[in-house]
Design a protein around this ligand. Sequence first.
Ligand code: HH2
Length: 286
Amino acid sequence: MIAQTRYVRRVSVAIEERFLRPAVMGVVNVTPDSFSDGGLFLDPEPAAAQARRLLAEGAALVDVGGESTRPGSLGVSAEEELRRVEPVLEALAGLPVSIDTSKAEVARRALELGAVMVNDVTALRADPDLVGVLAGSEAYVCLVHMLDDPRTMQDDPRYDDVVSEVVSFLEGRLAYAVALGIREERICLDPGIGFGKTVEHNLELLARLDEIASIGRPVVLGASRKRFLGRILGDPEALAGPVSVGVAVAVMAYERGASIFRVHDVREHVEALAAARAVERACRTS
Ligand code: HH2
């Protein structure tokens, strides 16, 4: 008989049924160096408290990460990542948690501890063992577009047509994941705002987000607090962006078909997206 791993279970509905559009995913970075909240939630207690706060503010799930992927970052070992996230995941048992990791070992442990989603910014390219862990589980999976890796991704990123290149990348990673046993209905896709993109690339992806949605899987958007939001306002040195601009971008992305919004400021996004949804419904009925 084939041995059953402990995390084979739980989430049998399609991701779009479990996380109704628009769904907000709250960010909890258990890191010393994340670009906007690094060091704030490094200890398990404040991290778990922040996750509970974000869920109380209306997040459908929280994304817990133990490794920064900001431009230029070098990454950490699986041991260090686990040391950071394990106690937080233990404290959040029973709550809807996503693990932001590219490592099979971290994902495996997170799923054992109850995580329902694995959010991999490398779209299953960094660790060849991750796809097997996911195929053997019922976890949801987020596949993200990134040019190169965090160390080099912002070194003069170039595309002929950023949107069609991101679309064909995501279609390719979706096909790979499905071919290796991850059910399509469990997968969502993310154009990777800021992952190897200039301000203009990010804006074009947002303007033409409907083309990403046309792939047919729920689209995740992670624009929250990213530096391009500050640069839109004319500050060429901005390292992070204001909440107001992030909320505006999220609403525009919703109108173009985005489903899940990965954000640090949950209440503001939940409220703005509720308004966007009400207007969308009014359009349909008028
Ligand atoms: N962005 C970051 C991390 N994970 N996951 C998805 N699906 N989409 C994103 O855009 C995304 C992501 C980077 O933001 P943050 O976690 O706030 O910073 P850091 O990587 O410095 O921890």
